[in-house]
Design a binder for this molecule. Sequence first.
Ligand code: GLN
Length: 342
Amino acid sequence: MFESDATAIAQRSSTGVLPHRDRVGDLVDEAHARYADCDEGAVADYIPVLAEADASRFGLSLIGADGGSHDAGDVDVAFSIQSISKAFVFALVCEELGHDAVHDVVGVNNTGLPFNSVMAIELNGGSPMNSMVNAGAIATTALVPAANADERWARIRDGLSRFAGRPLMLDGEVYRSESFTNHRNQALGRLLQSYDRLAIGPDEAVDLYTRQCSLAVTARDLAVMGATLACGGLNPFTGERVVSAETSRDTLALLAACGMYERSGEWLFEIGLPAKSGVSGGIVAVAPGKGAVGTFSPPLDPAGNSVRGQRACAYLSRALGLNLFASSPDPARPDAHEGVSR
Ligand code: GLN
């Protein structure tokens, strides 16, 4: 369903390392060329400024765990990070409060419903369910420890900047456009408050969430941010430890379960990588220990996931052997093909 002819490519084992860098570069170029002309999907328009996005933009960046980078297309075009911020704010909160606190307060199960669902909260006794849907992200942002709203925002912005390895800036136009029209997120904030699920007031929580979604990034930034998770929390460019290996592991587990909204199961089945998408057209997909792919292309499928980005990730996952669940016996072992009966 993601890409019929990609299934013709031999599925390599997920173990080991990336192929030689020349081969990786060729495959990144090939992935870009294959899908650049794809005209499926529609640009999001429920946030007015996003409707103005250039649908033809397509950037693809792969950063290896060794810091090697491979770029194709519009990798330097800035766009608002949107829902992809949820992954990294989750990591910051998990790092501060620990595995159990986030598990207990927010949850880690997929809702099976759209990212802005009100019904998901109602069906689950007021639980926001997971940090990758809007309600759960608002509740997670509210958990960022700080004395006041300014300090909380500074911690989020600085934390995401450490993942990217450069200072990330707010896109004021996106922030204003979303702030004027985010009535649904405000409703989610009030609903969470009514269930006593918000650590701070709903107005502050939704405003901070809107700000984090409005940080400007590029496809290359997303690849660096993802590569930091692929390297156990160590940014391969700056060498800075941003979060612990345990937090990286927990974040990737959550992305595998919930990162692509209600399409997460299908994504895992086809592509086999933890990933997060955003409504402005970004996707980050992480191959633990190997590296990460960042993509940008605004046209989305009905679930809100970039069409070209999904196809490029599917192609690269298969061609580079990134699927977490793909394995094959080690031909060097003499008993490799004889099973475990002896
Ligand atoms: N800021 C957007 C919203 O709250 C993020 C959604 C998304 O990227 N899926 O609707």
